[in-house]
Structures are given as structure tokens and as C-alpha cells.
Design a protein around this ligand. Structure first.
Ligand code: 5GP
Ligand code: ZN
Length: 112
């Protein structure tokens, strides 16, 4: 996807504050953090959103989920963290390349 911001970051064409990467994912700091720690876990594969997931992504999704506790710990989030996946305009998604938000380190708002 030549026109996708997160594909460009994953390819190293646009700089990001990367904290972890492997052959499947890249993890970098959100440019407009909503909490003291705000990371984005981004698959290298261009998948627009959760709606486009299929069985071929099962291992990738499990990999991303299993990375989260270690990433949180590395960021000093000993007391817990929040994960968010926004899907589609109705879910507040702005970048149409699947990503998991990892947030913590301060008082997070409740959900009402
Ligand atoms: P979404 O609303 O799609 O779930 O989240 C997109 C996130 O990407 C937002 O939190 C936004 O601050 C972040 N973001 C947008 N552009 C950039 C960028 O160029 N670099 C980084 N590191 N984050 C970005
Ligand atoms: Zn992409």
C-alpha cells in the first residue's frame, strides 16, 4: 500500500520513535499521546482494519496480543495498561492500517 502512513513507517520511509520490531510487527510511540505511555502495535502486513481479518491472520493476532504485557512492562506500566483497537469511522479509526493502541501511566478516563 504505497499511500499508507503506517506502511511507510514500517518500511522506514517515514521516521517514528520505534521501541520494538520483528519480522511481523513494528511498535512505535503515538505522535499525539493520549496518556504518558501510548504505543501503537502495527503489523507489517497492510490489513486495513479488524473487518478484513481472516483465519490467515490468527497467528499474527496472537503474536501481537502476546507482545503487549512485555511492552507494557518495558514502559514501566507495572500497575496495568489499556489496549484499544478502533475499527472503521464509527469506531474512531483514522489510520486505515490495523493497529493496537497500548496506553497507561496515568489516570485513564472511564467508559461512562
Ligand atoms: P486511530 O484513530 O486510527 O485508531 O489511531 C491513529 C493514531 O495514529 C492516532 O492516535 C494518531 O495520533 C497516530 N498518528 C497519526 N499520524 C501519526 C504519525 O505520523 N506518527 C505516529 N507515530 N503516530 C501517528
Ligand atoms: Zn498500510
Amino acid at each position: 500500500m504505497s499511500d499508507c502512513l503506517f506502511c511507510k513507517i514500517a518500511a522506514g520511509e517515514i521516521p517514528a520513535d520505534t521501541v520494538y520490531e520483528d519480522d511481523q510487527v513494528i511498535v512505535f510511540k503515538d505522535i499525539h499521546p493520549k496518556a504518558p505511555v501510548h504505543l501503537l502495535i502495527v503489523p507489517r502486513e497492510h490489513i486495513p482494519s479488524l473487518k478484513e481479518m481472516d483465519a490467515s491472520h490468527d497467528a499474527l493476532m496472537a503474536h501481537m496480543m502476546r507482545l503487549l504485557p512485555g511492552l507494557a512492562q518495558e514502559q514501566g506500566l507495572d500497575n496495568g495498561f489499556r489496549t484499544i483497537i478502533n475499527t472503521g469511522p464509527g469506531g474512531g479509526q483514522e489510520i486505515f492500517h490495523l493497529h493496537i493502541h497500548l496506553l497507561g501511566g496515568g489516570r485513564l478516563p472511564g467508559f461512562g
